[in-house]
Design a protein around this ligand. Structure first.
Ligand code: FES
Length: 110
């Protein structure tokens, strides 16, 4: 078992996470305010952008392969190196969905 340092950019927070543990589980134990919902890699609520480092997240079904290179679903992701993560950053697919919803909400207001 190896422990890695996971730093959350812009927050000043960093925690030690074992390579056998999900980042979300470590956050909950350490009192870090990481958002989550499904905890099974589907909803993307727990997404963070990978600024530096590597994770393994074979069960992150909510991400495409390309997205999984740049984003971690913290409920599924385990560190493979020291990491820098930007919490609350979502892959382009979900941002596009959110924009489409905003536009339809704006259209409904007219
Ligand atoms: S909590 Fe839903 S994908 Fe992680």
């Amino acid at each position: 078992m190896t422990d890695y340092t996971v730093e959350f950019v812009g927050t000043g927070e960093s925690i030690e996470v074992s390579d056998k543990q999900t980042i979300l589980k470590a956050c909950i134990e350490e009192g870090i305010a990481q958002e989550y919902s499904c905890r099974v890699g589907m909803c993307l609520a727990c997404s963070a952008e990978i600024v530096d480092g590597d994770v393994t997240q074979p069960a992150a079904r909510g991400l495409t392969e390309e997205e999984a290179e740049n984003y971690a679903l913290t409920c599924m992701a385990r560190p493979q190196s020291d990491l820098k993560l930007d919490r609350g950053k979502y892959p382009p697919s979900i941002e596009a969905d959110a924009e489409a919803m905003d536009e339809s909400a704006a259209a409904a207001d007219d």
